[in-house]
Design a protein around this ligand. Structure first.
Ligand code: HEM
Length: 149
């Protein structure tokens, strides 16, 4: 029962995070880029991320606690290789997100507050590149847990 509840929360974290990245990268950003100029577009994107990123922190907490819980329940030694790969990829994704949050995202907010659009545009570009990496890593983690035994 506790194991199933852990898995449910684990999936909730993964769906929230990957779903948000999907929406931001492939739906919101292209439309906003084609329709708005930097002084409108950059504060909008900073605001959107300001609302999405706390949810990512919550997802990371859920993924980490439930993921390590499930791994411990089965035992590191007996766990399939895919589970270890997921742990490794997950830790990399968490580190990349932490970097985005305390680096480029913080700078993006400062640049937007100062109406420094070239700097804000550069920071947004950095964030998008790392979020794309995490999007790919997230799907690789899921593939690993499903296909590697
Ligand atoms: C610290 C990092 C992580 C650890 C230790 C971890 C651990 C695990 C374990 C042990 C399972 C297998 C559960 C089972 O089959 O009974 C699992 C399944 C899964 N994990 Fe993770 N995980 C981590 C990060 C992530 C991340 C970052 C994502 C995606 C964003 C993710 C998405 C999933 C999904 C979709 C499943 C499939 C659940 C199923 O079996 O149907 N996990 N994880």
């Amino acid at each position: 029962m506790i194991y199933l509840l852990s898995k449910f929360l684990h999936l909730a974290g993964a769906i929230t995070w990957i779903g948000g990245m999907t929406f931001m990268l492939w739906i919101l950003r292209p439309v906003v880029t084609s329709q708005l100029q930097p002084p409108q577009r950059l504060p909008l994107m900073a605001g959107v991320m300001g609302r999405f990123f706390p949810l990512v922190w919550l997802s990371i907490a859920a993924l980490l606690v439930t993921g390590t819980g499930m791994l411990m329940a089965v035992g590191m030694k007996t766990a399939p290789i895919g589970w270890h790969v997921m742990l490794g990829i997950g830790l990399l994704m968490f580190a990349l997100f932490g970097h985005v949050y305390f680096g480029p995202f913080k700078r993006l907010k400062l640049a937007v507050a100062a109406s420094d659009w070239p700097e804000a545009g550069r920071r947004l570009g950095q964030i998008q590149a790392i979020v794309k990496t995490n999007f790919v890593l997230g799907w690789l983690a899921i593939a690993a847990v499903l296909f590697l035994h």
